[in-house]
Design a protein around this ligand. Structure first.
Ligand code: AMP
Ligand code: MG
Length: 376
C-alpha cells in the first residue's frame, strides 16, 4: 500500500498530511518571499570565431535565460564580423587593405579595441602589440616553406611593426598606417573583447548570472548555476589533452589561457609558438601555457599573450604589479614547471575533481581525479 493511500485512510495520517501540506505551503511562501527559483539556460557547444563557444545564463525564468544566451551569441558573431582577419569583408580586413593610403573610419567597438590595445602595449612595454601582423605572417609562411625566417626577412617585417606607427583619431574614429605593409592582428584580444561584450549583453537582457566560454577563455558574472557558491572552470593541462591542470572557482572574474601547446609552427621537429615577441621577431617559447585571472576577459586575454612574450620572471613581475590579477604559468621543456602568483590559491578549488565548465569542448565532462602533484 502506498504512503499516500495510508494517509487517506486514517485520521491520524490525515493530520500528518495536513502538517506536510502546511510545511509545503510555508516553504513555498518563503520561496516567494526570497524570490522565484532561478532558471538556467545552456547553449551547448557552438562554433563561432573559429572556435567552440559555450554560454550559460541564469535568470528568473527559462524564457529570459534563453533570450540572454542568444543575445550573448549575437555579440560574439558581431565582434567576429567586424574584427576577423579571416573574413575579407570584415572592417579589420578593410583597415589592413586601405589604411596606409587613407584614414579608414571604423565602428566604435573596433576603435575601442584599437585604443585598449595601445594601452596594453604601453603597460607591457610592447610585449603585447596588435601591429605584430607582418611577423606573424612570416612565421605562418615558415610553416609552409619548412624553414625558419631569415634575419633579413625578420628585419624587414619588424620595420612594419610598432604601435607608434599607427595613427588613431579619436574624434573621427579613424585609423591610419604610418608605414606601408602594416597589418593589424587582433588574435590576442578579440576573443576577450567578444566575451566581455557578450557578458554585458546578457546582463542587459535580464540575466542575474552567466558564463561565457569562448575557446577556453572564460568570464562569469553574478549568481552561479545549480545553486553553487562559485562558477567552476577547469584549466586544461598543456601536457595532456584529456587532463585538467586544476579547477578554478570564480565569481565575477575572467580567465584566459595562451600557449604554444595549442597552435604552433613545426620546423625540423622543433615547435615554435604562434605568439611572437614583437621586439625580437622570435616566437615566444619559454612558457607552454599562461593563464591569467582578471576582472575582464579583455584584460585576461591581452595579459596572457603579453606574459607569454615576457616569460616567467618579467611576466610575474607585471602581474604582481596589477590588482585583482593572477597568473598560472607552465614552463616549456620536460619539467613543465607550474609557477603561479600567490593570490591564485584563493581561486583554486581543491575539493572539486569534476569540472562543471571546462576550458575546451574536448575536456568537457571528463571525470579525471584531481592531479595530486599539481595541488597548490
Ligand atoms: P592568444 O592566443 O590570445 O595568446 O593570441 C595569440 C594570437 O595573437 C596569435 O595567433 C597572433 O594572431 C596574435 N599575436 C601573436 N603575438 C602577439 C603579440 N606579441 N601581441 C599581440 N598579439 C599577438
Ligand atoms: Mg590573448
Amino acid at each position: 500500500m502506498s504512503v499516500e493511500r495510508k494517509i487517506s485512510l486514517t485520521k491520524k495520517y490525515m493530520y500528518s498530511a495536513l502538517i506536510i501540506a502546511g510545511a509545503v505551503v510555508a516553504a513555498f511562501g518563503i520561496r516567494v518571499l526570497v524570490g522565484p527559483r532561478l532558471k538556467t539556460a545552456n547553449s551547448g557547444y557552438r562554433v563561432v570565431m573559429g572556435t567552440f563557444a559555450n554560454i550559460t545564463a541564469v535568470a528568473g525564468d527559462s524564457k529570459t535565460a534563453g533570450i540572454c544566451v542568444e543575445a550573448a551569441f549575437d555579440k560574439l558573431k558581431y565582434v567576429d564580423e567586424v574584427m576577423s582577419d579571416y573574413k575579407a569583408e570584415s572592417q579589420l580586413s578593410q583597415v589592413n587593405r586601405e589604411a596606409f593610403g587613407r584614414p579608414v573610419h571604423v565602428d566604435e567597438n573596433l576603435f575601442e579595441v584599437l585604443r585598449i590595445s595601445g594601452e596594453y602595449s604601453r603597460q607591457t612595454e610592447n610585449a603585447f602589440d596588435i601591429t605584430v601582423g607582418p611577423i606573424v605572417d612570416l612565421w605562418r609562411q615558415a610553416q609552409e616553406l619548412k624553414r625558419l625566417p631569415t634575419e633579413a626577412e625578420l628585419a624587414e617585417a619588424r620595420s612594419r611593426v610598432g604601435f607608434g606607427k599607427l595613427a588613431l583619431n579619436r574624434a573621427d574614429k579613424t585609423v591610419r598606417f604610418g608605414v606601408k605593409g602594416m597589418r593589424l592582428d587582433l588574435g590576442g584580444i578579440a576573443k576577450g573583447y567578444a566575451i566581455d561584450s557578450a557578458i554585458e549583453a546578457m546582463e542587459k537582457a535580464g540575466a542575474v548570472g552567466g558564463l561565457v566560454d569562448l575557446g577556453g577563455d572564460v568570464r562569469c558574472f553574478g549568481t552561479p548555476s545549480d545553486n553553487k557558491a562559485s562558477w567552476l572552470v577547469g584549466l586544461q593541462d598543456p601536457a595532456a589533452d584529456d587532463r585538467l591542470l586544476l579547477v578554478l572557482k570564480l565569481r565575477d572574474m575572467a580567465v584566459a589561457t595562451s600557449g604554444g601547446y595549442r597552435r604552433f609552427t613545426e620546423i625540423d621537429g622543433q615547435r615554435y609558438s604562434h605568439i611572437i615577441n614583437p621586439g625580437a621577431g622570435a616566437s615566444a617559447d619559454e612558457l607552454i601555457s599562461v593563464s591569467i585571472i582578471a576582472q575582464t576577459a579583455t584584460a585576461a586575454d591581452t595579459l596572457a599573450t603579453a606574459v607569454s612574450v615576457l616569460g616567467g620572471e618579467k611576466g610575474l613581475e607585471l602581474i604582481d604589479s596589477l590588482s585583482e590579477t593572477e597568473a598560472i604559468l607552465v614552463g616549456a621543456g620536460k619539467t613543465a614547471e607550474l609557477i603561479h602568483t600567490e593570490g591564485v590559491r584563493r581561486y583554486v578549488d581543491t575539493t572539486q575533481a569534476v569540472p562543471v565548465y571546462s576550458t575546451a569542448s574536448k575536456v568537457a565532462g571528463q571525470r579525471k581525479p584531481w592531479p595530486k602533484e599539481n595541488q597548490l
